[in-house]
Design a binder for this molecule. Sequence first.
Ligand code: CFM
Ligand code: HCA
Length: 533
Amino acid sequence: MERNQIVEKVLEKYPARVYKNRKAHMLVKENTGENQKIQANTRTVPGIITNRGCCYAGCKGVVLGPLKDMVHIVHGPIGCAYYTWGTRRNKAKQVGDEKNFLNYCFSTDMQESDIVFGGEKKLKQAIQEAVEIFNPQAISISATCPVGLIGDDINAVAAEAEKLYGIKVMAFNCEGYKGVSQSAGHHIANNALMKHVIGMGQVQPAQYAVNILGEYNIGGDGWEISRVLEKIGYHIVTIMTGDGSYETLKNAHKADLNLVQCHRSINYIAEMIEEKYGTPWLKVNFLGLSSTIETLRDMAKYFDDPALTRRTEEVIAEEMVELEGVMRYYKEKLEGRTAFLFVGGSRAHHYQVLLKDLGVETVMAGYEFAHRDDYEGREVIPDIKVDADSKNIEELKVEKDEKNYRVHLSPEKYEQLKKEIPLSYYGGMIKEMRDNSILVDDLNHHETEAFVKILKPDMFFSGIKDKYVIQKMGVYSKQLHSYDYSGPYAAFKGALNFAKDLDMGVYTPGWKYVTAPWKTEPMLEGMLIGGEN
Ligand code: CFM
Ligand code: HCA
């Protein structure tokens, strides 16, 4: 079947309205060289089972949660607090006299009576307890759905607590329903960190100072990236936000370059720092050996210092000597296999490189909640007429900070470099995918099963919500959010961990005990959409 026919087959039994909606979220990459449009960042059709998370998950769970020296109070029911604490892999090390509160889950544990009579009193008490017991420099308060519905004024509580205790207390109106998905929460968190934290510090960094933005240290990825960068001679001012801290984040404006790993979650800050302080950003990808090497070379081009360039090549050579043989071994075992990737807002793109390094072809990829620019490149931003989140979320305007603004490159050099490296630019996922591959935004449960049955990929990379459904279909399924509690997968040593895990997953004898449905259900055509088999 042609790929376009496959898409039609998957969509065919939807009612007309749903068909129209979902079709706009899918495309087959064509060899036209033209920008191919995909609908993204719009609300899921009610009733469809989506894998997306909520605004609060993006704000507290992703961006704020990993900041280790802050107390993050969740104002809401305990389940919400637990979800963004126990299931997120926020790994952090305490260095020197730094504080690290990440082992604690702080919540007001709202009950029915708080919903009826209001929860502000309980929130004030929680702040007081946190201050008395933990003495943090800063506190975040994140609102969950009921808080917005009953109208607790968390901003007033935060302002009062800030005066009372003389520490930073930030309130985040990131109720779960606030936007389309996690990405609304990223934006809310970015705005407040920009307003209240970045720019407040005065610590001068060492030479070759960089920030790593959009790296959340899942499985220790941030540590492996830092190891490589420090070996070359870079100084990491702050990492946003995996193993990051409030204290280091204050100095983010002092770096010479911002590295952007996950564009979706942090592009707002990268842009605002450039506007306010003059720091350019570079789109990087530390997932995959070829992309890690390319990123390191791009960084060397930016700094344009022969000693740093030499050191970059030395480190690449040293790391690769250890890896080449063993990676070839895994490539031989995995070559020719096919994969589906469906992950949040950046990994579905980044991991394609790592898979390609291992000879695995991505036949279908999609994001849960990324925006059109993450698919098509930042050049489409002016065409995104209606941003479904913009009526709820402030579009923060920043101005040049005359005192702290620094010019890092002459305008000519900046323009020249932009032609060579992705400086303050992200090209998105589509351009890098092979012709004929399928892209699906906000893939849902029915579509997952239907595409798997038709295309029979050798492996599927996504999250906890669909992992076991897929595995029971006889297809190896690997979580790319939590890494199934393995990792790191980033940079050099991470690539090898990934190759080993993939090899184990594909070759496990366990597959003998699972039969793929298409082996026992020959009437595939009739059973794609429930109820007919
Ligand atoms: Fe960025 Fe992330 Fe992702 Fe994301 Fe997420 Fe995540 Fe993700 Mo889960 S910030 S968009 S909101 S890389 S939590 S660390 S794994 S969906 S692809
Ligand atoms: C979130 C967090 C999540 C969920 C993971 C998953 C994460 O968005 O709420 O569905 O497997 O990475 O922990 O994306």
